[in-house]
Design a protein around this ligand. Structure first.
Ligand code: FEO
Length: 397
């Protein structure tokens, strides 16, 4: 499928990537593939909004050429310079080198930085308009949603917001519209996308949404750059973003750990038992960090009101899988969440202190000094773990 009618003169001309397993290099798992959404608007003037990732550039140009004489494209809109959306620009611009590209000032820097070309850039700011012959595109800068260059644009009369990465998901589907796909799959990919990509920018997400709402523009559709198009009650994802941006947490505590000889795992399971005993309503989830997908763990942390992180001590430090997730957590700038640490040790026993300090630096409220157990937990220490869990249920309530 290379073209879909979106509304009136607007068509989707992007690429569905069913095979994608990892995105951002190896940083983001895409269990359900992804799409690179590009849109063609054919009014008196023809505008192309975004392109696709570089490996699909030739296929994209071939499909686009079958739809429209490339020389008829009057304007190219680059809502975002990241290569999953700009990757086909070099191929396209080689064919239509004089075509103006409308983008933010920061996008010019990014595009030049990526491709080292001096294309016909036209810098736009919030409120600038581009006349397509009756209908207009209105530009809205959206810096740090999620790059400095990010931008939305809005098509008048058809009331379509082209939001680029915002409100998107890594989700391949031939259905392409939100009302046609499995709703639980869709929302699982939406929250994973928000948790892993947008969490650090939550303050800006809220501010930008409030700004766009203040314009009072009717929004019939939100055409994102990844995943499905929101046409059924598109405001639902905007309202969801406002909730996620507001220190989102559910009644969930996530226990994340790695283990060498199962001692720290036994601690984790008995801490979980204690939490459930202390507060049967809380949803406790256990994640062995070295066995579960990193981005799925981040999503569980995002949903949690508190986390309990554990590692045995090794070489006066912590296991590398735990160190890796702590580094990831640091960059995501979670706020409004509580935490505590635990772990087994044989002689020096630094792990609990290292984890607690890292989580405190990452903005978590450390509610307890943590629990250390020497060697494998015996019956007495298993009881300590259960009691620790009960205590945390209260401290994190
Ligand atoms: Fe989908 Fe920020 O690129």
């Amino acid at each position: 499928m290379s073209q879909i009618s979106v509304k009136n003169s607007v068509s989707w001309v992007g690429k569905i990537d069913w095979e994608l397993k990892k995105f951002h290099g190896d940083e983001y798992s895409t269990h359900r593939g992804s799409t690179y959404n590009s849109y063609l608007i054919e009014e008196e003037k023809t505008a192309l909004i975004d392109t696709v990732w570089g490996p699909f550039a030739k296929e994209f140009i071939e499909n686009l050429s079958r739809r429209v004489d490339l020389k008829r494209i009057d304007y190219i809109i680059a809502n975002h310079a990241e290569s999953d959306h700009s990757g086909a620009l070099p191929e396209l611009m080689a064919r239509i080198p004089e075509t103006p590209i409308y983008c933010t000032g920061n996008a010019v820097k990014s595009l030049k930085g990526h491709y080292h070309k001096n294309w016909n850039f036209n810098i736009v700011k919030t409120g600038d308009r581009l006349d397509l012959g009756g209908k207009e595109l209105v530009f809205i800068e959206a810096p740090m949603l999620h790059w400095p260059d990010s931008m939305f644009c809005y098509l008048t009369h058809d009331n379509i917001l082209f939001s680029n990465d915002a409100f998107g998901q890594h989700y391949a589907s031939e259905f392409m519209f939100n009302d046609l796909v499995d709703q639980s799959e869709l929302m699982a990919e939406c929250i994973k996308y928000y948790a892993n990509i947008l969490t650090p920018f939550s303050r800006m997400v809220e501010k930008k949404i409030r700004e766009v709402l203040s314009f009072g523009l009717p929004v019939d559709m939100i055409c994102t750059s990844h995943g499905i198009i929101w046409r059924d009650n598109p405001v639902q994802i905007v309202e969801q973003y406002l909730k996620w941006a507001d220190d989102y947490r559910e009644n969930q505590i996530t226990i994340l750990y790695d283990t060498m000889w199962n001692g720290t795992r036994i601690m984790a399971e008995n801490i979980a038992k204690g939490i459930v005993t202390g507060d049967p309503a809380v949803n406790v989830k256990l994640c062995n960090i070295s066995k579960k997908d990193k981005n799925d763990i981040i999503t569980e942390i995002f949903k949690s009101k508190g986390i309990v992180a554990g590692s045995p001590t090794i070489n006066k430090g912590i296991l590398t899988a735990v160190a890796g997730i702590l580094e990831e957590i640091k960059g995501l700038k979670f706020s409004g969440k509580k935490a505590a640490a635990f772990g087994c040790y044989g002689w020096s026993g630094e792990s609990v202190k290292i984890i607690s300090e890292s989580l405190a630096k990452s903005g978590f409220q450390i509610v307890d000094d943590g629990l250390k157990v020497l060697w494998n937990p015996d019956a007495e220490n298993i009881e300590r773990c259960v009691d620790f869990g009960k205590k945390l249920a209260g401290l994190m309530s």
